[in-house]
Design a protein around this ligand. Structure first.
Ligand code: ADP
Length: 401
């Protein structure tokens, strides 16, 4: 049984075909610059195995349907496609950004679900329309395969009102639906479940702090398997310092800068989302480049690195305060999984909270979940995330009822 996972962006489609018996990826790829000149399709059959075969096609795609049609040709190619026919796709799982308060769990896409995704476009202006486009493409190209929506916000729907409400006039919540929704929920759910499994515990009995540190960064406090707080808010801008996003700042900075610099709301949004974070501080947003610059003595790169770690540490402290006893602090995503410097910096001087990492274990590189804590410490785990597999598993669960 194969599930096609689609993450559709405004001008891109990321896809992966997963064999659910073996939970392995048959192929994965990305269609880029859809609707623009300079379109590109990067396709990998049997990714991350010895049989990996990469194909790069430079071709313009008028729209998402055209891009996905080309993907189908590759997947079903008689010579080296990974399946014979589209009918071998059992279902399509879609990553959808925002389902708001109306969608609290993954569901089979029907007219109502599409209406809800449409309704939340004002809160997810870039993603929700693109996710809808992906759903429509799947309906057109795979009419035999049901579509399931897996929402970034659903895992966080268990937060209590004291965590998800902002102390603004209450009407802003009622009229404008302004509240904390949280994002990266698929990753937080997968990683908190995997951490429980690694610890040999039921997820309902496992309490963890998850640090998803990629280009976008977020943390969640997961008590007995349920999210009780998360750092991202109404939009993915809140919380941690990220590659190009500022995360938490004094909200009064916004009108101040707009007045002083004569910025429009859109320009201010661009500054905070695309020109801030690591990039804003040191001119680099890829952590590997930041380490290379630090090694050469770049003081701004060092500062950016320390600022990011400092803010993660502050949230670990506050999440332990609200959770009480935690079973583990869990690191995941590009930086969380690969960057031992960042993990060491975050966990430095936290013995007073019962957290100590083992320097040697922290340096080990592996694609498997692992424990990097020193004896007697609260567990500190590195757990690789796999949002596509989580979406595929949720898709099957929904369809099997
Ligand atoms: P996205 O949010 O785009 O999915 P990823 O989870 O892929 O992001 O994470 C990207 C980040 O991970 C980048 O900052 C990148 O530099 C960082 N990263 C990847 N590999 C390493 C590594 N070996 N050491 C340090 N940082 C790494």
């Amino acid at each position: 049984m194969n599930v096609l996972v689609i993450n559709s962006g405004s001008s891109s489609i990321k896809y992966q075909l997963i064999n659910m018996e073996t939970e392995t990826s048959l192929c994965a790829g990305l269609v880029e610059r859809i609707g623009f000149a300079g379109g590109k399709l990067t396709h990998k059959a049997h990714p991350d195995t010895d049989a990996e075969k990469k194909i790069v096609i430079d071709q313009d795609f008028a729209d998402h349907v055209a891009g996905m049609k080309r993907v189908v040709e590759l997947i079903t190619d008689p010579a080296d496609g990974v399946i014979k026919d589209k009918s071998e796709i059992y279902a399509v799982g879609h990553r959808v950004l925002l389902g708001g308060e109306k969608i609290t769990k993954s569901l089979k896409i029907d007219e109502w679900a599409k209406e809800v995704i449409r309704e939340y476009i004002p809160l997810g202006p870039l993603h929700n329309p693109a996710n809808l486009a992906g759903i429509e493409v799947a309906e057109e190209l795979f009419p035999h395969a049901p579509s399931v929506g897996v929402f970034d916000t659903e895992f966080h729907q268990t937060m209590p009102p004291k965590a998800y409400l902002y102390p603004l006039p209450y009407e802003m919540y009622e009229e404008l639906q302004i509240r904390r929704y949280g994002f990266h929920g698929t990753s937080h759910r997968y990683v908190s479940k995997s951490a429980a499994k690694f610890l040999g515990k039921a997820k309902e009995d496992t309490t963890v702090v998850v640090c998803h540190l990629g280009n976008g960064c977020s943390m969640s406090a997961v008590k007995n398997g349920q999210c009780v707080d998360t750092t991202m808010g109404l939009t993915p801008l809140e919380g941690l310092m990220m590659g190009t996003r500022c995360g938490d700042i004094d909200p009064a900075i916004v009108p101040f800068v707009m007045e002083r610099k004569g910025c429009t709301p859109a320009e201010m949004d661009t500054i905070m989302n695309k020109q801030s974070g690591l990039l804003g501080i040191c001119g680099l947003n890829d952590m590997r480049d930041i380490h290379a610059a630090r090694e050469k003595g770049d003081a701004k790169a060092q500062l950016a690195f320390e600022m990011m770690a400092y803010r993660i540490k502050k949230y670990i402290g506050s999440y332990i305060a609200i959770l009480g006893k935690v079973d583990a602090i869990v690191f995941t995503a590009g930086i969380g999984e690969n960057d031992d410097f960042m993990r060491a910096e975050v966990c430095k001087d936290m013995e007073h909270m019962g957290i100590t990492i083992d320097t040697e274990k922290n340096k080990v590189r592996s694609g498997e979940p692992r424990d990097i804590s020193a004896g007697g410490s609260v567990k500190v785990l590195v757990v690789p995330t796999n949002e596509e597999l989580e979406i595929a598993q949720a898709t099957v669960e929904v369809l099997k009822g």
